[in-house]
Design a protein around this ligand. Structure first.
Ligand SMILES: NC(=O)c1ccc[n+]([C@@H]2O[C@H](COP(=O)([O-])OP(=O)(O)OC[C@H]3O[C@@H](n4cnc5c(N)ncnc54)[C@H](OP(=O)(O)O)[C@@H]3O)[C@@H](O)[C@H]2O)c1
Length: 174
């Protein structure tokens, strides 16, 4: 991937690793769009980097993901990079009374959201790159975070097949 002149959507781009990516891609002369649930945190990024475009969006909600895609395709149809960065990590044990609730919220943000966004955004003609932020825990798991490890291990397998498809369509998945 070329490192400048892109239009990039970074999910969860207002804090943590996502903010690091935002900062770096802005410095490298890219146009950056970020999304997240907390408007005030998105606004803080705009104060630091006025060129950053922000969108409030809860990626655990299917309707918000569809609305995000519609908004991008109508207003930023030249978007060429999708970075699926937003993710959460919950400590849990299978015997916890709220195991299912914690596991489902983690799966919805770490797995369902990137899968759905990938499926939506490959319809943009300009899209040429998808980056998924995974984790070393996909390969060296930690027992306190079993669902997190599994959610991150999901992507190498999924993208093995998606990349094969992308090669045919001249897309690449990382
Ligand atoms: N930190 C690490 O050591 C580490 C190591 C390896 C991999 N990772 C991966 O790196 C990625 C970023 O992690 P991080 O540590 O930087 O996390 P973080 O500091 O907690 O930031 C997560 C970002 O995702 C957004 N987000 C969370 N839930 C969301 C939702 N439902 N809808 C929209 N946005 C949502 C948050 O914004 P809002 O709260 O405003 O929604 C926030 O901007 C994750 O995929 C994580 O698994 C992290």
């Amino acid at each position: 991937m070329k490192l400048s002149g892109n239009k990039i959507l970074i999910t969860g781009g207002a804090s943590g690793i996502g903010f690091g990516l935002t900062e770096r891609f802005i410095t490298e002369a890219n146009s950056v769009i970020i999304c997240g649930r907390r408007e005030e945190v998105l606004e803080e990024v705009k104060v630091k980097f006025p060129s950053v475009i922000t969108k409030v969006c809860d990626l655990s909600k299917e309707e918000d993901r569809i609305e995000l895609y519609k908004w991008i395709s109508e207003n930023h149809s030249d978007l060429n990079v999708l970075i699926n960065n937003a993710g959460i990590q919950n400590w849990m044990n299978i015997s916890d009374s709220d195991f299912y609730q914690k596991a489902s919220s983690e799966i919805s943000i770490n797995v369902i959201a990137p899968v759905h966004l990938t499926n939506l955004f490959i319809n943009l003609n300009s899209l040429d790159t998808i980056i998924n932020v995974t984790s070393g825990l996909a390969f060296v798991p930690l027992s306190k975070v079993p669902v997190y490890c599994a959610s991150k291990a999901f992507f190498p397998f999924l993208y093995y097949f998606i990349t094969t498809h992308f090669k045919i369509k001249k897309y690449r998945g990382y």
